[in-house]
Design a protein around this ligand. Structure first.
Ligand SMILES: Cc1ncc(COP(=O)(O)O)c(C=O)c1O
Length: 406
């Protein structure tokens, strides 16, 4: 019997896997749209979207078709050659954004790693070795490589791994005065999430991003937007920077780009991209034809007025009901976010208990997320049916009612 056909259970995780995750008690085995079935055949509604990854839900027919068509053509050629899906995807992303150059990789962390390295390289080439400081926000999250955890403002992820890379400064988010005080001629880049995702779905203020852009221009620093979580239609625009009208120099994206197939991208301009000349940076699987073919289909479906408007409409549907639940049970102090990236902030008595909400929801056959201990996060499919939203929120209300009474 081959390994993939052996009977496995959740308990095997604890014997077989490195214990860096603590997965739920059930194992999902099949998904369709916003419904998921576990090993026992129980059907759940999915408001997690694989943590803002399954942008078109599970097994969207256009994505299945793109993947299977490409699977019968060519899977991998390495970057010694280019391939058609890579070039088509790059063109689509560049036609739709500020960028005119793309670098493909496999994850958000890797897209950020490329972004930070490019920013340092550009500054090094143009201004010399002294201009190497990166400014980022406290409570930000940029991935789990050692450079990206060091740049991100959450020491709990970078403590205990030996000396961190130098030249990184952290400032409070949405505090323009703090950024102004920290930036200098030594700064090569400022990196910001337009909405801080992992730390609680906290949107940037308009004046903050505008001010960051102005300061970067003044100090010859590059503005990097980490749109790993906010990109590819998640907020109701193709990228969140489009809501603000503040254009970055470098943008990283991943998660939703492949709709569940691993891919990341760094988007930038030609004048910056030229500092990554042949051999300066790379990755074996970057621009893999399977990943790019699927991502192309994701962009084709998502980047349409109907889908993007649908994301905004669905936001309102979620928000109205979540606010009503918050009022009824006194459990939320605020519902915030954009599009299909929503955070319900727990009220004072419930602070620190987002995990309890997750567990209660799961008992009602509903999958939801945390964004830190104080925020319940919803990141469902961008094309989730209204009926699934309504039914999922029914289940959510039942879960909250039970939790409040317990
Ligand atoms: C804003 C942001 N940047 C980077 C990452 C890291 O992406 P990945 O886990 O694909 O490396 C994440 C993941 O949650 C994220 O939310």
């Amino acid at each position: 019997m081959s390994v993939e056909h052996a009977q496995v259970q959740r308990a095997d995780f604890d014997q077989l896997m490195v214990p860096n995750y603590a997965p739920a008690a059930f194992i999902p085995v099949r998904g369709q749209g916003s419904r998921v079935w576990d090993q026992s055949g129980r059907e759940l509604i999915d408001f997690t979207g694989g943590i803002a990854v399954n942008s078109l839900g599970h097994c969207h027919p256009r994505l299945v078709a793109a993947l299977t068509e490409q699977a019968g053509k060519i899977w991998h050629v390495s970057n010694i050659f280019t391939n058609e899906p890579t070039l088509r995807l790059a063109k689509k992303l560049e036609d739709a954004t500020f960028a005119d150059r793309a670098f493909f990789c496999n994850s958000g962390a890797e897209a950020n790693e490329a972004a930070f390295k490019l920013a340092r390289r550009v500054a090094h080439d143009r201004f010399g070795a002294e201009k190497c400081e990166i400014i980022s926000a406290l409570d930000s999250f940029h991935g789990r490589t050692f450079f990206t955890v060091s740049v991100a403002g959450q020491p709990k992820y970078s403590d205990g791994f030996g000396p961190r890379p130098e030249g990184i400064t952290h400032v409070p988010y949405n505090d323009l005065a703090a950024l102004e005080a920290a930036i200098s001629e030594r700064t090569c880049a400022v990196v910001l999430e337009p909405i801080q995702g992992e730390s609680g779905i906290l949107p940037a203020q308009q004046a903050y991003l505008e001010g960051a852009r102005r300061l970067c221009d003044q100090y010859n620093a590059l503005l990097i937007f980490d749109e790993v979580q906010t990109g590819v239609g998640r907020t109701g625009e193709l990228f969140a920077y489009m809501h603000y009208g503040v254009v970055p120099d470098i943008l990283s994206t991943a998660k939703g780009l492949g709709g569940g197939f691993p891919i990341g991208a760094m988007l930038t301009r030609t004048d910056l991209a030229k500092h990554f000349s042949a051999g300066v940076h790379g990755t074996t699987f970057g621009g893999n034809p399977l990943a790019c073919a699927v991502a192309e289909a994701v962009i084709d479906v998502v980047n349409t007025p109907e889908v993007l408007q649908g994301v905004k409409d669905k936001h309102q549907r979620f928000k109205t009901r979540l606010e009503a639940i918050g009022r009824e049970y006194g459990i939320f102090s605020q519902v915030r976010g954009m599009g299909m990236l929503i955070g319900s902030v727990l009220s004072e008595p419930w602070k620190g208990k987002s995990r309890d909400v997750l567990v209660a929801a799961e008992q009602e056959a509903l999958m939801v997320l945390q964004a830190g201990a104080d925020v319940v996060r919803f990141a469902p499919s961008l094309v989730i049916e209204d009926a699934d939203i309504d039914e999922g929120l029914e289940r959510f209300e039942r879960a909250i009612a039970r939790l409040v009474r317990s």
